[in-house]
Write a protein that binds this ligand. Structure first.
Ligand code: C6P
Length: 424
């Protein structure tokens, strides 16, 4: 995977452009400075900043109706429960889930993926069964399967990558990667390193055809693409709220209702039980069976507010704006000397992963930070992919609805100065 430049993609229906300057005013943090310079925040794939309505919704819980949910027989408890369940309904609508009960509140995508691996996978996998993954999975969708495979004797297999960073879907048949032993196909909807968009609906359909369950890591998908679990045809889908303008510490695992019904609990404790005896218990209904303990009520309410915000701005318009920034960044960064960009051409997720000559990405990120530009540097929790690319680490700029072309220009100017500084 070497230098890439954006190539033309078919022009789709173009939604009205975002009024980004107005939207930016919704995000108080964007007004701050870093090292005396205006903040240029380009680490959105790690976490997004939060708009005022989300901050207000979360604070409002603590100001007006903080209480435990589902237990308290008092007004505050009822209001908190209503708001928590309302947030579940909003999340369900966002991802096209026909029934909100299919949406389990978890801490983040990592917890959702672990829930599937441990509570569904470990109980069902047998020696010789196969779990199909890809080499570009985030550690959150790799390590849980390694742990479960070690316990069950299941075998991990991987769909190879093509040189441009796309999945080699042809290998599913050619190399018999999908076969009667495949029980689980777990893969990312969008790579957090390459920006690669996977043909999720096709893979889910083919997984089902061999009787396998599909698990979609949508951590980098839901914030940027209109997602519909029915159209995708997946069995499980996990994402984090904090990459979606929502508070930290709240995420969602969606599961096909019949699968959630047959999935054993992940954590035991309060709320997830129906009846408890000294030596055994029975379980509450879905989704509460998977929500042991006091949940992050304020986080969920904040997530509901983030969903409202995103839908009001317009998912299609956000996607178009982010695609424009990505295309522009690919072009502008690609013009700079010694810059290597990883990943496929457009269309791809709204991030650009790159290296500059022999500059260590950590040094580069530190230099950029001094210029007010926040990017991520490191292995991005995708060490096998780094090895596949033949690098130890990379820098990465990732975009959200509030970023601008001027910020891409600021990034490129700072990268140019870094090149001059380090290479002399
Ligand atoms: N990627 C990044 O900077 P959590 O940490 O549970 O919210 O999300 C985990 C996760 C799962 N899958 C993908 C594709 C991801 O990108 C992430 C998080 C961040 O790329 C932090 S490493």
């Amino acid at each position: 995977m070497t230098r890439t430049v954006a190539v033309g993609e078919p022009e789709a229906m173009v939604p009205a452009p975002l009024d980004v300057e107005r939207l930016r005013r919704d995000f108080p943090i964007l007004g701050r400075t870093v090292h005396g310079r205006p903040l240029v925040y380009l680490d959105n794939a790690a976490t997004t900043q939060k708009p005022e309505p989300v901050i207000a919704a979360e604070a409002d819980v603590y100001r007006r109706y903080n209480a435990n949910v589902h237990r308290a027989i008092h007004t505050l408890g009822e209001e908190a429960t209503f708001a928590y369940e309302e947030a579940r309904r909003k999340v369900a609508a966002l991802i096209g889930a026909p029934d909100p009960r299919g949406c389990v509140f978890v801490r983040n995508a990592t917890e959702g993926l672990n829930l599937v691996a441990w509570a569904w996978g470990r109980r069902r996998l047998r020696p010789g069964d196969e779990v199909l993954l890809t080499p570009m999975e985030h550690h959150s969708n790799l390590v849980p399967w390694q742990l479960v495979a070690a316990e069950t004797g299941a075998r991990l297999r991987f769909v190879p990558l093509l040189p441009d960073g796309h999945l080699d879907v042809g290998a599913l048949e050619r190399d018999s990667l999908l076969n009667e032993r495949t029980r689980i196909v777990a893969f990312t909807q969008a790579s957090n390193v390459l920006g690669t968009l996977t043909p999720a609906a096709e893979i889910c359909r083919r997984a089902r055809a061999v009787g396998a369950v599909s698990v979609l890591d949508a951590a980098q998908g839901v914030p940027h693409l209109p997602v519909d679990v029915r159209a995708l045809g997946c069995d499980f889908l996990a994402f984090s709220g904090h990459k979606l303008y929502a508070p930290l510490g709240i995420g969602v695992l969606w599961g096909r209702p019949e699968l959630l019904e047959e999935t054993e609990p992940f954590l035991g404790g309060g709320e997830m039980i129906l009846r408890v005896d000294l030596t055994c218990s029975t379980w509450n209904e879905v989704p509460y069976k998977f929500e042991a303990g006091t949940p992050n009520v304020a986080g969920a309410v904040g997530l509901g507010a983030a969903v409202d915000y995103l839908r009001a701005v317009g998912l299609e318009a956000v996607a178009a704006h982010e695609a424009d920034l990505t295309r522009y960044a690919l072009e502008r960064l690609g013009e700079l000397p010694d810059v290597t960009i990883y990943g496929p051409p457009m269309p791809r997720g709204p991030l650009v992963t790159f290296n500059v000559g022999a500059i260590h990405p950590h040094d580069l990120a530190q230099f950029l930070d001094q210029e007010g530009v926040a990017v991520r540097a490191g292995h991005h929790c995708a060490q096998p992919l780094m090895r596949h690319l033949g690098v130890a680490a990379t820098a990465r700029a990732s975009f959200a609805l509030y970023n601008t072309r001027a910020e891409v220009d600021a990034l490129c100017a700072a990268v140019r100065r870094a090149g001059a500084f380090f290479h002399g």
